[in-house]
Ligand binder design. Structure first.
Ligand code: NAP
Length: 464
């Protein structure tokens, strides 16, 4: 082992991809790395805190591994520091040998149909952030006097949204759902939730446990429209992976179930696309106009949805668009507009010609797109870390002009350290204990409250 000081790494984005990369880099003996993990929120964990559904606490226990990483003597957290606002890409490159972007894909994809922005129509991203207490979305107005809701999309986020709408107040009260959302969801008058899938049961992007949960709702009966496979899908079934084949079984089992008169019906409707959201005189959504689809084979053999010309209206006073996410560009960092990702090859940021940008790397959703589960990011980050190690060995890392990171951080007046986050965490968990037995925390959901909670731990943290 050499005596040279550790190579400095800035990781931007304290979600799973960022934490896995931090842990992997800190585990390397030669060369040694020191990691500063930045996030625009005062709180760490990214989508584990503000995306994973609150009634899935087991999934959130992955933060224990991230907390172990935070204990490393060469790890620091700087929350409430936004890239592009509080700190620039150039500043990071002036101070670090490696800048690794793990910023996720924060923007909802749009349907591009008339009426999409009517009141009562929300991107799932916003609704999920709202019930999870994200401080940017605590003021969202979700009108749950609605009787009918449509969730567009056949992925796990759509399932999360549909399930959260159907949970009973007693099921919500024991979770870390934000208090404002528990109040609104508990008073909900929802009777029907339609999950709208443009293709058939075989093409649905659900995973099996999430789909199975929908059949066990305390307050919801499950119903299916379009469970039978079309001819092309019936042929494709034999070649499909295990998850998709099992999805088809589960969906067909749901289709055969008798109703049990629960107060809410959750209906999976396959082979239908929204073509317009229809509004009432007040500009509030009242229905979704849909077109039935059939499955067609593309030239590359993949199976796509194609409209049949048969239209219908589904009454809905609430609509959630859950058709995937896309990334937001970072000023100065090459961006692939078509894919909505930072341009990269295997984790090395590249320009349009494929030439690597010295010292810049990506991991997680902003590298590969919004796919996979939390654990998928472990391998993804390891692949990027391997590229960093190759470049370190070849002398191809960035050569920063300054090591005075403290001076740079001093300009970020609100920066929250790990101790600051622990102060927030202590307040939230104590409030959870005082609230309902078993409730893990009551989240602070306002920027000012988060800042106030972290305040005492703010002053000049040096490397521990
Ligand atoms: P997703 O899995 O990619 O699903 C997006 C869905 O939107 C697909 O069914 C897609 O249909 C549909 N879609 C896309 N464009 C559409 C359009 N114009 N009109 C109608 N439908 C359209 O995305 P996601 O649900 O946002 O989830 C993101 C990732 O997070 C996934 O990997 C998911 O598994 C993961 N996640 C996991 C959990 C969990 O493990 N519990 C929870 C939440 C999220 P096509 O297939 O036809 O394109």
């Amino acid at each position: 082992m050499t005596d040279s000081p550790p190579l400095r790494v800035a990781i931007v984005g304290a979600g799973p991809a960022g934490f896995y990369a931090a842990g992997q880099l800190l585990a390397v003996d030669e060369p040694q790395f020191a990691v500063d993990l930045y996030d625009r929120l005062p709180t760490p964990y990214g989508l584990v805190r503000s995306g994973v559904a609150p009634d899935h606490p087991k999934i959130k226990s992955v933060t224990r591994a991230y907390d172990r990483t935070s204990e490393h003597e060469r790890f620091r957290f700087f929350g409430h520091v936004e890239l592009g606002t509080d700190i620039g890409r150039e500043q990071l490159l002036e101070h670090y040998h490696v800048v690794l972007y793990t910023i996720g894909t924060a923007i909802d994809r749009r349907l591009g149909i008339p009426g999409e922005d009517l009141r009562g129509s929300h991107p799932a991203t916003e609704f999920v952030a709202w019930y999870n207490g994200h401080p940017d979305h605590s003021g969202l107005e979700v009108d749950l006097r609605a009787r009918q809701a449509v969730v567009v999309g056949a992925g796990n986020v759509a399932i999360d949204v549909a399930r959260m709408l159907a949970l009973a107040p007693s099921e919500l009260q024991i979770t870390d759902t934000a208090d404002h959302a528990i109040d609104v969801l508990s008073a909900s008058g929802i009777e029907e939730i339609t999950v709208l899938a443009r293709r058939g049961p075989l093409q649905a992007a659900f995973t099996n446990p999430e789909l199975l949960e929908m059949g066990e709702l305390e307050r919801g009966d499950v119903e299916v429209v379009g469970a039978e496979l079309d001819e092309l899908s019936a042929v494709a079934l034999g070649e499909a992976d295990k998850t998709r084949r099992r999805n088809v079984e589960i969906i067909q089992d749901y289709a055969a179930r008798p109703k049990t008169r629960k107060p809410i019906t959750v209906r999976f409707r396959f082979l239908a696309s929204p073509v317009e959201l229809l509004g009432d005189a007040d500009g509030h959504v009242r229905a979704v106009r849909i077109e039935s689809n059939r499955i067609v084979a593309r030239e590359d053999g993949s199976l796509a949805a194609s409209g049949t010309g048969a239209f219908e209206e589904i009454p809905a006073q609430l609509v959630f668009r859950s058709i995937g996410y896309t990334g937001r560009p970072v000023a100065g960092v090459p961006f692939d507009e078509r894919r909505g990702l930072i341009r990269n090859e295997g984790g090395r940021v590249t320009d349009a010609d494929g030439t690597p940008q010295v010292g810049e790397y990506v991991s997680g959703w902003i590298k590969r797109g919004p796919s996979g589960v939390i654990g998928t990011n472990k391998k993804d980050s390891q692949d990027t870390v391997d590229r960093i190690l190759e470049d370190a060995a070849a002398g191809r890392l960035n050569d920063p002009a300054s090591d005075d990171i403290e001076a740079m951080i001093a300009t970020c007046t609100n920066a929250v350290t790990w101790e600051g986050w622990q102060a927030i965490n202590a307040i939230e968990t104590a409030a959870g204990e005082a609230s309902t037995p078993g409730r893990p925390r009551v989240k602070l959901t306002e920027w000012a409250a988060l800042r106030e909670a972290a305040k005492d731990a703010l002053a000049g943290q040096t490397r521990r």
